[in-house]
Design a protein around this ligand. Structure first.
Ligand code: BF8
Ligand code: SF4
Length: 631
């Protein structure tokens, strides 16, 4: 019998949103759909990147009649400075998240709340960083590793330790171009200083520092975030879960974890899954506790525990509008301030936990290494007690949800290859079978789909349509962040989605028992993607820039995404953007980011807001890389 597998369409998702929006209207609360209308059209100067408010002689705005700011800064300077400031903010967010993870490792102990889960990964990193391990206590080793990790943020001399993981060719390029990142904090501060009134006016120097600051993120802070999270909470391995609003359960206490740093969500999951709390939930009249993740936190806990994913960035208000959320607990980044007033329209309790993200109309409980379990217990208990306070008349849970296979870390991908082919040829721990598939043309190449949602394009549509088109063309997709969530909502993380693939990719999916879109984690886990392309390039004997692999962020919105785009380009991987990076008011800047960086690091941006044209350009780009390799 032919299997019939259907995705959830964007139209169906939009119908769910519309239905939930009716609830918002009845309650007199706005959602992003309403606010977009009020903010449109956007400020043209801001959109083009030619408004400068760096000093109080301004704000200065560039027009044909006034081509210079009061200090003489041109559109190139102003757009370039604005761009670098985005990178600096993005790199600081990722890297500070990474720093929090390293602090948790520093505080980890046998009898504390945070433990070493992947000791093999810890020992490997200890060896990489020259920390003695022989005969030593695991937690002493952990503390020494953490001390070096924290030192990476402010090291007095030298460059980021993780650079030694890159291909030799990359390291040579970074050195020659003088963009090897030094201390992480220093690159961010340098970016802020360079863009201060009266400093760098040369757009090329600003773009170069953007690459360097980006590298401090991708091959510094983000890589630390991923690496140390794996050590603390376990390296993700393939497992099954579910995604989309239908994962909320009417009969359970629903707790949503939203944000990025797994230190908070891990503790909530641990406590909520305890027998004590499950029983407590039942004593409060529910069948149990249902944790659901939002945004990158969803990716983190789905990858490690199989926790269900309720959705991505523009789904956060929808989740509360179902009326069945007892508590939403957040840490840092991508949290709408509107969650406060929205939660007040329901029985929902809103908990903030980080001094980095203080939000009005929330209950603030700072979560630290020393009180983590107590804070998590209070939140879960309060949520259980809140179950009885639901208002039946406000409840509507859309039914759409899909099965999703997640957990494809580099180790997870290799484990699949080992199971299928490597074990027969007795060479474990290699990407060679994958490389053979690419060389022979069974797979044409790979695309890393990453980034957010953005109402400037039809949300999720670009992600889903681009992914489908790539799959048809035998191009395997790896995904992180809200792009991975879009795939999960549509059903593309379901192994049965191989029906959408070309013949070659379908065969690979069947043999390796994988879905055609591999979920690699959260946005800091784009560092995993950098290690994946580096590992493949090394096993192939070429540089990353030669691989038929590209990155794509069709709906990006955050400053973090601009930082990511910079380190992906600096790693030699072309990036295809579906949203304009706010510098179009400067021809020079547009030239630098689309062409100039190709001379510096061998890769650059292609920008197109039409998903059809964007995917076509990507496929052409991949085929051109193949032709250059003679395959
Ligand atoms: O770091 S993809 S909307 S959740 S920024 Fe935010 Fe964008 Fe989602 Fe994660 Ni990433
Ligand atoms: Fe205007 Fe120059 Fe000040 Fe910017 S730095 S606000 S362009 S005077």
């Amino acid at each position: 019998m032919i299997e019939v597998f259907k995705t959830t369409t964007v139209e169906q998702m939009e119908a769910d949103s519309d239905r939930l929006h009716e609830t918002a209207e009845k309650l007199g609360i706005d959602t992003w759909q309403d606010r977009v209308k009020k903010q449109t059209p956007h400020c043209g100067f801001g959109e083009k990147g030619v408004c400068c408010r760096i000093c109080s002689m301004g704000p200065c705005r560039i027009t044909p009649k006034s081509p210079k700011g009061i200090c003489g800064a041109t559109a190139d300077t102003i757009a370039g400075r604005n761009y670098l400031r985005m990178v600096a903010a993005g790199a600081s967010a990722h890297s500070d998240h990474g720093r929090e993870c390293v602090h948790k490792l520093y505080d980890a102990s046998e009898d504390g709340y945070y433990h070493v889960t992947d000791s093999a990964k810890l020992l490997k990193l200890a060896e990489e960083w020259g920390v003695p391990t022989e005969g030593r206590d695991l937690y002493d080793i952990a503390r020494d590793v953490a001390r070096i990790g924290l030192g990476e943020y402010g090291k007095i001399e030298g460059v980021q330790n993780f650079l030694s993981r890159a291909t030799e060719e990359r390291r040579k390029v970074w050195k020659e171009q003088e963009i090897e990142p030094r201390a992480i904090d220093r690159e961010v501060v340098t970016a802020m200083h360079m863009t201060h009134m009266g400093c760098t006016a040369d757009p090329e120097a600003l773009v170069r520092q953007s690459l360097r600051t980006g590298l401090a993120d991708g091959w510094g802070g983000s890589m630390a975030g991923t690496e140390i999270s794996d050590i603390l909470y376990g390296t993700p391995m393939p497992r099954e879960t579910e995604g989309n609003l239908g994962v909320l359960d009417k009969d359970m206490v629903n707790i949503i974890c939203h944000g990025h740093d797994p230190a908070v969500s891990e503790m909530i999951v641990l406590v909520a899954e305890s027998r004590e709390m499950q029983e407590y939930a039942r004593s409060c009249g529910a069948k149990g506790i249902n944790i659901a993740g939002l945004c990158c936190t969803a990716n983190e806990i789905a990858m490690r525990h199989g926790i269900k994913m309720v959705g991505n960035f523009l789904q956060q208000e929808n989740a509360l509008l179902t009326g069945v959320v007892e508590a939403i607990v957040v840490d840092v980044q991508c949290i709408f301030p509107n969650i406060g007033p929205l939660a007040e329209c329901f029985h929902t309790k809103f908990f903030t936990t980080s001094p980095i993200a203080r939000i009005p109309k929330s209950e603030y409980l700072e979560l630290t290494s020393h009180n983590a379990r107590d804070v998590a217990l209070k939140i879960v208990r309060d949520a259980c007690e809140n179950y009885k306070n639901r208002d039946e008349s406000k409840i509507f849970i859309p039914e759409h949800k899909h099965k999703a296979a997640v957990g494809y870390s580099c180790e997870g991908i290799k484990s699949r290859l080992d199971a299928v082919t490597n074990s027969f040829v007795d060479t474990l721990d290699t990407y060679k079978p994958l490389i053979e598939c690419i060389k022979s043309g069974v797979l044409r190449g790979a695309v890393a789909m990453v980034g957010c949602n953005n109402p400037k394009v039809r949300p999720d549509y670009s992600h889903i349509e681009i992914m489908k088109r790539l799959l048809e063309n035998d191009i395997i997709v790896v995904a992180t962040g809200c792009a991975a969530q879009a795939a999960s909502k549509a059903g593309l993380l379901d192994k049965r989605a191989k029906v959408f693939c070309g013949e070659g990719l379908r065969r690979v999916c069947t043999l390796a028992d994988i879905p055609p879109v591999l979920h690699m984690g959260s946005c800091v886990d784009i560092s995993r993607m950098m290690l994946l392309v580096t590992g493949i390039a090394k096993d192939w004997g070429i540089d990353t820039t030669q691989l038929p692999a590209v990155g794509c962020a069709p709906e990006w919105m955050s400053e973090k995404a601009v930082s990511i785009a910079n380190y992906v380009v600096a790693t030699g991987i072309d990036v295809y953007l579906g949203i304009d990076p706010l510098v179009s008011g400067s021809e020079k800047m547009m030239e630098l980011i689309t062409q100039g960086t190709r001379q510096m690091v061998g890769a650059g941006y292609t920008i197109n807001t039409d998903p059809e044209q964007l995917v076509k350009a990507m496929i052409d780009g991949i085929e051109a890389k193949r032709a250059a390799l003679g395959i």
